[in-house]
Design a binder for this molecule. Structure first.
Ligand code: ATP
Ligand code: MG
Length: 300
């Protein structure tokens, strides 16, 4: 398959999951078990497609790095055990580590709480030519913090900034921030790995059953699971208010890991392709220098 066909294919895979206008977004329209026309029994074909996608990504990243104009920020949000870590690991497995940086955002420290909520993200943004990955992000602000309002109290905002419109304001701040990044050539793409409650239970049980997976289990995960419906509501609101053309959400089915990985790779490919990247053109002066260098080497 040539490059053009491959990109076209990637585009058609992710189209059903891309949200650019959140006005009519309903989570119930997105099936966590979706695999499009691909048969779950035929995982090997999807794995082959992923391998090709990983190769293609390496090619695009090389262009991104050489051109040094655009930065790409990929944000991953999900419930526990939805497969963020595995997706990042597999999808980025072919890219040059020098051109890519992963940042995991945990509960904020006291220093971080003493700043505005975007501060710590700002410090981790990718430079031009690089891919930055946020494993969780400033979106935790409208997700976990919204589900647990006592966390908002810990931010010690001035009382008159803590209004009943706080979430509307957070959404607007995030929209403006992402538009600002886009205006500066930092392209933002956001992934919600949409796992079902049933599949999460299965994966938690596997973490308990299998000794090599025990380390992944955290008692806190069970506590958060009890807030499932609140989280789904918070995700719905967040996606509704922060989807845009320049920073779309992808609501990626996450009950089948092989499909999640393929869809995320496809979304990154369609994004990088849309930037029309190319290797920098060599000026006449630089060309003359290359020719001179060749002459020196050939004389040796
Ligand atoms: P993951 O589960 O994504 O693999 P982890 O298990 O390695 O991550 P945890 O310490 O379990 O790491 O998860 C990080 C925790 O930090 C999550 O519960 C998340 O909700 C919380 N967190 C992240 N950002 C914020 C924030 N801005 N405010 C409050 N809590 C946050
Ligand atoms: Mg966790």
């Amino acid at each position: 398959m040539d490059k053009k066909d491959f990109v076209e294919r990637a585009r058609s895979i992710v189209k059903p999951f891309r949200v650019q206008n959140g006005d009519r977004f309903h989570l119930k329209d997105y099936d966590p078990g979706e695999t499009l026309s691909l048969d779950p029994a035929d995982k090997s074909r999807a794995k082959e497609a992923l391998a090709l996608g990983v190769e293609m990504l390496a090619h695009y990243q090389d262009l991104l790095y050489a051109q040094d104009r655009w930065g790409l920020l990929l944000i991953f949000q999900a419930m526990d055990a939805a497969g963020k870590d595995g997706t990042i690991k597999h999808v980025m497995s072919g890219v040059n580590p020098q051109g890519c940086q992963v940042t995991s955002f945990k509960a904020p420290s006291s220093v971080e709480l003493d700043h505005d909520f975007l501060w710590r993200s700002n410090n981790a943004l990718p430079e031009r030519g690089r891919i930055g990955i946020f494993n969780r992000s400033y979106y935790e602000e409208t997700l976990v913090v919204r589900v647990h309002p006592e966390m908002l109290a810990r931010q010690t905002l001035p009382p008159d900034r803590l209004t009943k419109d706080i979430w509307k304001e957070r959404f607007r701040d995030i929209r403006n921030y992402e538009e600002y990044l886009s205006n500066n050539g930092i392209i933002v793409r956001k992934f919600f790995l949409n796992v079902s409650k049933k599949e999460q239970r299965k994966r938690f049980l596997a973490r308990l059953d299998r000794p090599e997976k025990n380390w992944k289990f955290s008692a806190n995960d069970i506590k958060e699971r009890a807030f499932w419906d609140d989280y789904m509501e918070a995700y719905t609101e967040t996606i509704r208010h922060t989807s845009s053309c320049h920073a779309p959400w992808y609501v990626v089915p996450a009950d089948n890991k092989w499909f999640t990985r393929m869809a995320v790779a496809a979304a990154i490919i369609e994004t990088l392709d849309s930037l029309h990247l190319h290797y920098p053109e060599v000026s006449q002066q630089a060309r003359a220098q290359l020719d001179a260098a060749r002459a020196v080497l050939e004389k040796e």
